[in-house]
Design a protein around this ligand. Sequence first.
Ligand code: PLP
Length: 401
Amino acid sequence: MPRLASRTGRAKPSAIMQVAEKAKRLKAEGRDIISFSIGVPNFLPGEHVYAAAAEALKHDSGQYGSNRGPDALLDAFLAHMAEVGLTGYTRANVATGIGAKQVIFNLAEALLDEGDTIVFPTPYWTSYLDIAEIVNAKVDLLPCGPSQDYKLTPQQLDEALARKPRVFLFNNPSNPTGMVYSKDEISALADVLVKYPDTWVITDDIYNRMVFDGIGYHNFVQARPELRDRVIFIDSLSKTYGMPGWRVGFMAGPEEVAKAVVTLNSNHITSVPEITNAAATAALSGPQDVPQQKCAEFQAKRDQVMAVMDSIPGVVCPKPQGAFYVFPDISCAFGRTHGPSGTKIESDVDFCNALLEAKGVACVPGSAFGEPRALRISYTCPTPQLQPGLERFREFFAELV
Ligand SMILES: Cc1ncc(COP(=O)(O)O)c(C=O)c1O
């Protein structure tokens, strides 16, 4: 057989999906499984979104669409950005794609030559590493552990940018930690960014509408408007609108970058499909009650999860203020044994496997996100399952000897 391209050896199947698959298999075998694993919002969009899709179907042109996206969707996205204070952008600054993941992939291809460096904080969203490796970039990871609330400090950023990376990739609110940078923290990082004009900044802010405790969402361009010519802002409908399967993502940034992404679209995907575009436009410009209500629900669920994490001796869990993840440091369990099953816990992967086997609770090992002391709890499961799942988690800890 002829050989595969070396790139395929660098592309790894998602670790998150592997846990989800195992949980699914155990469920199919009749086990009572509660899944805290996959990062899907678990709600459906409002009726008006389906109505717009149905209406578009009636008038379907059956044609390829614009490589950038139709004007109605671009305008709806520009208005959506303006609501969070990102004004002054035009259609020429924007491009759409098949989810934020594909947009980030396009950006990696547009901004990184082989061997260029991309720098980002750890814990990171798993795909950042995979995408960087597929395009053969050098990855410079900045460890941001629980003692610094999983947040990048200005000093770390300064030191990293002095190494002259091509791209700095940032994520706020964060998957997997749920941490949100305050206005002051964003300003302090933006002050560092202005010192390094040769580095592109990609800021993946797809959870920007899921921020709790009234702290608000803040970004580099608002903090330092002069960064506008090299900051690229990423957004998506997946989480905010309960539409992960509809696959719509966006970028907004310098015109030349948007143009490069549009050109790559013309070669990769051609366009987001027409019916999806209509649904996406309706989601962005129609009533916002579903996302607002879900955000309030997630905040209450965050409190429920934190109450249990704070009650377990040895677990260190910075309090998240956004998205729908909690990322406890469970390293106090390492070196101990789960009494009833006799399983020795040496790592986050051992912990997650033993927890799934013993208690039927699926979490994702932190090493999938570059932080092997922790695990990720995604708390979007149906509300009646949340407390029982958390109680099983607490019981598992109580059974460690
Ligand atoms: C931080 C982050 N960025 C991007 C994505 C990808 O989103 P999309 O569904 O729009 O591809 C995800 C999905 O989990 C994510 O958590």
